[in-house]
Write a protein that binds this ligand. Sequence first.
Ligand code: PPS
Length: 570
Amino acid sequence: MGAFKEPHGGELKQLYVSEAAAEEMKLSARDFNSWDLTDRQACDIELILNGAFSPLEGFLTREEYDGVLKDMRLPSGILWPIPITLDVSEEFAGALEQGESIALRDREGVLIATLEVADIWTPDKAAEARQAFGTEDPTHPAVHYLIEHAGPVYIGGRLTGVEPPTYYDFKLLRDSPAELRGRFRKLGWRKVVAFQTRNPMHRAHQELTFRAARDNEANLLIQPVVGMTKPGDIDHYTRVRCYEHILEQYPEQTTTLSLLNLAMRMAGPREAVWHAIIRKNYGCTHFIVGRDHAGPGMDSNGEPFYGPYDAQELFRTHEQELDISMVPFRHMVYVEDKAQYVPIDETTPDQKVLDISGTEFRRRLQEGLDIPEWFSYSKVVEELRKSYPPRHRQGFTVFFTGLSGSGKSTIANALLIKLLENGGRSVTLLDGDIVRKNLSSELGFSREHRNLNILRIGYVASEITKSGGIAICAPIAPYAATRQRVREIVEARGGFLEIHVATPLEVCEERDRKGLYAKARAGIIKEFTGISDPYEEPESPELRIDTVGLHPELAAHRIFVKLESLGFIR
Ligand code: PPS
């Protein structure tokens, strides 16, 4: 297999018009219906326009979509495993007609491309989830995205590129397929092995990629994904700094680094085939596929979504047609006596084999514990420690929930004082009443308004948490789904503890400190939580506290101890 053959499915698509034509398009597109691209769509469109998704020339039409879902093929017969769709709102789609051109803009309103509308349709999302990802289970990130975030209507059609997206970070590391092919040509690299990753690289990865290149007498392209990866992954800024350190460890002139603005779907086998097509388009001849390639983790029953080698098998079935060779990943382990990494199947029973799992590595990072040099280069570990400090240096949110009069504010205040006494971090109390006065003064108590109120609190708490502070929130927060959303936003930035102040309704009503229960019973206050409005009890809070017979100070102490045991304070 020689280098620089035509990309998958024929010529490399390059859909941008000339600068002069782009200027004209910007003027004429002023009258077009205009759609602001979502983050996912912004990634997809970039790779369609620059040819990384060749042979696609736009977002899938209905016929293309059906074929991709059914047997991974476009109407031309070319293999294409992942549906690349432009999902929009019903309102936007309702104003469109087939054949018209629409403007597609980035967040700042910059015109990225125009699309000639060929099809407008309402997809069967459950069927799409089953066919593309093999499951309807919403714990699969792509299924979750499809059901929770993607718009209800799809628009398909050809794109004309106006302006490539602007980046402010790592500009020199971002390449189009044509640019990377040009670099390989200039360097005289005829065989190139591509390595895909969404994680920091440690020594095992370095050894494996080094071997893959050596065994195939090829050069190496490290091409990490910096678009959208699995929620909870290490941010790309930190990862790229780590990759730059690891690049120093390869023999000079053998290896290059380039970033890929891909929005991953975590679709396992189908995703592996997709990744290979993309790398073929970038001019690579070989592609490394590991165990559980692009795996989405466990399903809601704790079972893996795909078998560990399903991706390799699917790739193997289509390898000829894909015209890019698979380099199957062998799990590398460290053999202490040899001070060397070796594929696990080449070790002997008498050898002492060392390995640190991803979970164990994260635990050590979180708790500030030792990470040995044999596992990862110290510069890489330092970089990770800077961005992901141990828990006692991270911010966190303590989120109280419970009925009015349950004692949330009293315990929250006691906790505030204890944390201030302990020192080291700024502490902010977002009490229900305070927030309603300052942040949410225009809101009432309908479900919609309560949710809005809680999401505002969650947003502020997440910003405080991100900056390394402590946020204590004490609203009623009666709806479980909204509390879950707050948890998700905050956990992306640091710690989150939900404390259910589970004082029974009868006790709260009997206390009736503010006289609100009496008014609620009399119908003077409407939509009152516990009386005329629901309260959904948390199923698994970090702590549940019943204040009956428990002094607030003791309650605060229990939370303090919990925070200590989790490593957030010491
Ligand atoms: S929510 O549901 O989380 O948005 O509520 P929250 O922001 O915590 O506000 C609750 C405080 O507002 C007073 N109040 C009511 N609570 C519940 N239902 C109704 N209809 C209502 N009307 C006014 C009440 O004092 C709550 O304060 P706490 O401290 O919880 O007693």
